[in-house]
Ligand binder design. Structure first.
Ligand SMILES: [Zn+2]
Ligand SMILES: [Zn+2]
Length: 244
């Protein structure tokens, strides 16, 4: 995948969401005319390519405490960046500030972070964004994970479908410990794809931020229960305990 085609993909998706209401401003420092200025780009903390498959940069042989409860078929949880600095601020504006036009650029940056890793792996057959609860999506007007998923899909030429539904609204995960987070999202996702549609596929789930991984885990179970063969998870950013 060349840098040129990455940019073409980002531009195509960007065109779909462009809005004169939101002229680009740097998510890090507020500079006008760019979504992320070159100075702030230098401050980004990319996740190392060699993270454990749980997504945390620690030494492991593929099994660790974080992967202990994973179902067979869940391959990895990976993120492009640490949830800190200009990425953290950009995500905040993107999610809570109505600035959806920020998403395609963030999604293209995410794709660029993982392109080398994915050269080594079989590409996913299908990308599924982590859904919002319907009422929340109506309030926000868009699902930030879907915008990221579309940018990643466009870059890698993989189809994106909304095959998951969030069955009930969950209280925000913020402030909950790991076990409460798990209970909070347990069974919250339901696969709405027609029977057999995910059968034997490698599905990539896309979300904006991974914290403990319990949301991704719950969504992965729903997709595997619906017949998917394998699931990988990808987020724009990963919140490590030292980022909190
Ligand atoms: Zn800046
Ligand atoms: Zn691990």
């Amino acid at each position: 995948m060349s840098a040129g085609s990455l940019l073409t993909g980002a531009r195509k998706v960007a065109g779909r969401f462009e809005d004169a209401l939101f002229p680009p401003t740097c998510g890090g420092c507020g500079k006008r005319g760019t979504w992320l200025c070159s100075r702030c780009q230098k401050q980004l903390q990319a996740m190392p390519a060699t993270v454990c498959r749980c997504g945390v940069p620690h030494r492991s042989d593929g099994q660790c405490a974080n992967t202990a409860g994973w179902p067979a078929g869940l391959i990895e949880m990976r993120a492009g960046f640490r949830f800190s600095g200009p990425i953290r601020q950009s995500i905040h504006y993107f999610k809570y500030g109505g600035e959806y036009a920020r998403g395609p650029v963030l999604g293209a940056m995410l794709a660029e972070q993982v392109v080398d890793h994915w050269r080594l792996l079989p590409m996913p057959d299908l990308i599924v964004p982590i859904p919002l609860f319907s009422r929340r999506q109506r309030q926000r007007g868009y699902n930030q994970s879907e915008i990221l998923a579309l940018a990643v899909g466009e870059t890698f030429d993989v189809a994106v479908t909304n095959s998951l539904t969030r069955q009930f609204d969950t209280p925000p995960q913020v402030g909950l410990d790991a076990s409460s987070r798990r209970q909070n999202v347990d069974g919250v996702f339901k696969c709405n794809a027609p029977a057999g549609e995910l059968e034997d596929l490698h599905v990539l789930l896309v979300d904006d931020v991974i914290t403990t991984g319990s949301t991704m885990l719950s969504a992965a179970r729903a997709v595997l229960d619906a017949g998917a063969l394998e699931v990988s998870c990808l987020a724009l950013a990963r919140q490590l305990s030292r980022d909190r």
